[in-house]
Design a protein around this ligand. Structure first.
Ligand SMILES: [Zn+2]
Length: 399
């Protein structure tokens, strides 16, 4: 089996994760993929391949030769709920250029990366769901590498620690990851986009829930009595810097993002995510949210506004800066495979960021895919083939 046929098989297992479900895994379909992967790993002769009680798949391949590094590779099995429903992958044998019209009429067009893909074999959907290259491309590439490293004619390589996680898309993929049991010296998540992407900087991230408690009184007799929670919530938002929102920021610029609001005179709620690459600026954003809350409580009475801030993840750069050798190794592997490394900050987070703070330094590598989380998601087959080659380089060139 090659990486393409693996990918086509894995994407047909429905593994959409679900934020509303508290359990891990959040959806039963992830078990189906986990068991399929364990079965395939065992068939390759990897006897310790297993899935634990929370649907984390692990497997270890002993070193062949004299290398002592234990290299980890990690991908997530769940897919985004951006568009739900089963995935029906479609293969375009040779992309001729121009707009791609999917079966249901959805058109993929106007993306700057498309011209470079002319002549390549692409995998898209029928337009009714995400493709799930995020992150089943990562899963397929790692699985194909396992196949190649367990073949009798495999080259010498370091010891490999393989991990497939559930529920990354809902921010829980690292929660129950057994770093000690995994046993890697360092690792990479294979969960990025375009071929060559190499990421070791991500946002510092927090969620922020603002609750306003109002006083509701018949509007006819409300003078000097009513505190309208909905209006106070609007005031809270108006005190944020207006341009520091996702629609006005890029690269290293942070933001406040209002992602939910509800309310009436009695009670109102605002939900934000707060993001910044720079730790000091991130802390300043949190301080701003608290200051606005204090200001409005001084104006309307103590206890009117509550602000609950929960840190989600930190920028892995702080830790990786002390392990730049693993970034250099990734760059070297790409370069050795004639792929230009594209080092860029992630405007988001990864499981690797969390794992980095749990003691496993873990930058992120490309999968080769594009347009994640939507119906226009696609992946060129040659990029997947290339990524297997890059991962193999990491394994054969490790110390
Ligand atoms: Zn992903």
């Amino acid at each position: 089996m090659d990486v393409k046929s693996r990918f086509l098989r894995y994407v047909q297992v429905e593994t959409t994760s679900c934020e509303a479900n508290e359990g891990c895994p959040s959806t039963p379909g992830q078990w189906d993929l986990a068991r399929m992967l364990v079965r395939e790993l065992r068939e390759m002769g990897i006897d310790d391949a297993k899935v634990d009680e929370h649907c984390y798949v692990t497997a270890h391949i002993p070193a062949k030769g004299r290398q002592t590094t234990r290299l980890g590779l990690i991908a997530h099995m769940d897919t985004s709920d951006g568009v739900t429903g089963p995935t029906h992958p479609q293969v375009i044998d040779r992309y001729a250029g121009g707009p791609i019209t999917l079966k249901n009429g959805t058109v993929i067009d106007g993306f700057g990366f498309l011209p470079a893909l002319v002549g390549q074999e692409l995998i898209v959907t029928d337009g009714t769901s995400v493709l799930g290259a995020d992150d089943k491309a990562g899963v397929a590439e790692i699985m194909q590498l396992c196949r190649e490293l367990t073949a009798p004619d495999a080259p010498d390589h370091c010891a490999m620690c393989i991990g497939f996680t559930p529920d990354e898309e809902i921010g829980r993929g690292a929660d129950l990851f057994d770093v000690a049991g995994f046993g890697a010296d360092y690792a990479y998540t294979v969960d990025g986009g375009a071929l060559g992407e190499l990421e070791y900087e991500n946002f510092n991230a927090a969620s922020c829930r603002v609750t306003v408690h109002g006083v509701n009184i018949h509007p006819g007799s409300a003078k000097n009595q009513m505190k309208n929670a909905a209006l106070i919530a609007m005031e809270w938002n108006s005190l944020l810097p207006p341009a520091e929102i996702p629609a006005h920021t890029e690269s290293y610029e942070g933001f406040y993002h209002l992602c939910g609001m509800s309310g009436d005179e009695e009670k109102a709620e605002l939900v934000y995510i707060i993001r910044d690459h720079d730790a000091a600026k991130f802390d300043a954003r949190i301080a701003t949210a608290r200051r606005i809350t204090d200001f409005l409580n001084a104006r309307y009475g103590e206890g009117t506004v509550e602000c609950a801030i929960r840190e989600s993840y930190r920028n892995m750069r702080e830790i990786i800066e002390q392990r730049m050798d693993i970034v250099e190794k990734a760059k070297a592997a790409f370069t050795a495979c004639n792929v230009e490394p594209i080092v860029q900050p992630i405007r988001g987070g990864t499981d690797g960021a969390r794992l980095t703070y749990m003691g496993l330094p873990c930058p992120n590598l490309s999968t080769g895919g594009f347009n994640f989380h939507g119906r226009k998601e696609l992946i060129p087959v040659p990029s997947m083939v290339k990524m297997v080659e890059v991962l193999k380089r990491l394994a054969t060139d490790a110390d």
